[in-house]
Design a protein around this ligand. Structure first.
Ligand SMILES: [Zn+2]
Length: 515
């Protein structure tokens, strides 16, 4: 294939803005099935693909949720949830950033070109590489090395140096008046030099998809080639084209300098503030293979949490008219990260995790309310929580375009709201059930870390205490817990409308990860 320098030029012009309305060149999608053009549109200075085009190419289904105003793209077994006005998308519950929100034109939806590498690739579990400068999309590990070249005259010879990234097996042969460098690849993403020594090299071009062909000039006598390994997985192919009547010693191959890869600045995330309450996720702790804590009378924590979760769901739906999703509605094992992922995927506004505590001290009693402590999660999370950064950082995987928010960062933005919710829960519980001396605490609970919404964890009581074990399974106690939680969520909702007070951090438990 040919170098798409014209495409890169158009892209550069297009990014200037509305003054340059010429449509950008299409991308080319290369896969094992062949190549397909994929047109783009400039919308608000962002290059975008039509979701309809992606749907055909990648066998997606798109469902528009008119009620919630969102878009759900099903790719393989995974769902990608997009929200108009938000440049943050959820891929199987994990958050990814896009350079711009999805855009609508008539009945069609458009997504930034980065959607294919950042959202589709992880959703489909496929390698999808987006090469913006050459306007290529490489699907499924198709081999398309970048090849750039230059020619220099070194005494009696013309030296062609091809930089190849990644290093790719190849052969160099002479075929009549041509030297052919044939790469084991599906195509080349090539930037080749114009010939500067026509007596030796008349032309340098790509042929048969993955070969660089050197058309030889009239003074050609012989050639030699050598390979020099480069850095970062790149390689160099050096072809010396030697002129007639030359016997002079020729210089040694040059020293290798690593190719410089232009780095795009990482995109920043734009997370909107929390709004009203529409969806609440209630997490019944443990389940399946995980019993949680055992009471002295044989009560299992996982059964208590499920019972209270079901009752809380019914009460919240009845009194608040919200959608309530349970992370489990049966005695099944659910991973901690999956629980937060479910909440993220459903764009939940609150996450409430239910547990029952255990202690080696049989006298320990009372409910405790937790929100996340950031101390285990580094300076960055704490800066985010203090509002010192406007946006969350993302990390990238080397040269790949895939970027994912650190799972550990999702909750950081919501610490203040989570603290406020925890205070309401603690105050409401105190009216109806016994409280622990440390009724509100911060702890690094794994289940809260990835939740992209205010989140609290409630230890309803100490199941390890015989009296509390009996309470925890009783109808009256469970009703009190449920009523307290509903009351506190209503108060929290009502306070959201009012100006938010600063919430001082309180004491935190040490070393507790899995309640
Ligand atoms: Zn627990």
């Amino acid at each position: 294939m040919f170098l798409l320098r014209t495409g890169a030029l158009l892209l550069a012009l297009g990014s200037i803005g509305a003054q340059a309305p010429s449509p950008p060149a299409p991308y080319t999608v290369l896969s094992a099935e062949g190549r397909r053009p994929l047109p783009t549109r400039l919308i608000n200075n962002q290059e975008m693909f039509a979701l309809d085009d992606l749907t055909k190419l990648f066998e997606l289904t798109v469902r528009e949720d008119n009620l919630a105003g969102g878009l759900t793209v099903t790719a393989g077994a995974q769902s990608i949830v997009l929200t108009p006005g938000q440049s943050l998308a959820s891929v199987g519950g994990r958050l990814i950033s896009l350079p711009a929100p999805p855009a609508r034109d008539g009945r069609s939806w458009f997504v930034p070109v980065d959607f294919v590498s950042r959202a589709l690739a992880p959703a489909l579990g496929k390698t999808i590489e987006l090469r913006k400068p050459s306007r290529l999309i490489l699907v499924g590990g198709v081999r398309v090395p970048r090849v750039s070249g230059n020619v220099e005259l070194v005494g009696p010879l013309a030296r062609l140096t091809l930089e190849v990234a990644p290093q790719t097996p190849h052969s160099v042969t002479q075929e009549g008046a041509r030297i052919v460098v044939k790469f084991e690849a599906e195509a080349l993403d090539a930037a080749l030099p114009a010939p500067s020594a026509p007596e030796l090299i008349q032309n340098i071009r790509v042929a048969d998809g993955a070969s660089v062909v050197v058309d030889l000039g009239p003074r050609f006598a012989s050639y030699r080639s050598s390979d020099v390994p480069g850095e970062r997985g790149a390689g160099r192919v050096i072809v010396d084209v030697i002129a007639q009547s030359t016997t002079a010693a020729t210089p040694a191959p040059p020293a290798v300098t690593p190719p410089t890869a232009p780095a795009e600045p990482p995109p920043l995330l734009d997370i909107p503030p929390v709004g009203g309450l529409r969806t609440i996720v209630v997490d019944a702790g443990h389940g399946g293979a995980e019993d949680g804590a055992h009471g002295p009378g044989g009560t299992l924590e996982k059964n208590v949490t499920l019972s209270v979760a079901r009752r809380l769901k019914a009460a919240l739906e009845a009194r608040l008219g919200v959608r309530v999703i349970l992370t489990r509605d049966a005695d099944v094992t659910v991973e901690l990260d999956e629980r937060a992922a479910l909440a993220n995927n459903n764009k939940a506004d609150l996450f409430v995790s239910l547990h029952a505590n255990a202690s080696v001290r049989a006298s320990a009693t009372g409910a405790e309310v937790f929100y996340l402590s950031l101390e285990e999660y580094g300076d960055q999370a704490q800066r985010v929580a203090r509002g010192e950064t406007e946006a969350l950082p993302v990390f990238g995987g080397g040269t790949r375009d895939i970027e994912v928010i650190l799972w550990e960062m999702a909750q950081a933005r919501y610490i203040e709201e989570s603290a406020m919710l925890a205070r309401e829960v603690e105050a409401s519980l105190r009216e109806k059930v016994p409280m622990s001396p440390r009724a509100i605490q911060q702890a690094p609970f794994r289940v809260l870390v990835g939740a992209n919404m205010p989140a609290v964890l409630v230890e309803m009581g100490f199941i390890s205490n015989a009296d509390q074990e009996r309470q925890l399974v009783s109808d009256g106690f469970q009703t009190s817990i449920v009523q307290s939680l509903v009351d506190s969520i209503i108060r929290y909702r009502d306070k959201l409308a009012a100006p938010r007070p600063a919430v001082p951090a309180t004491g935190r438990a040490g070393g507790v990860f899995r309640p």
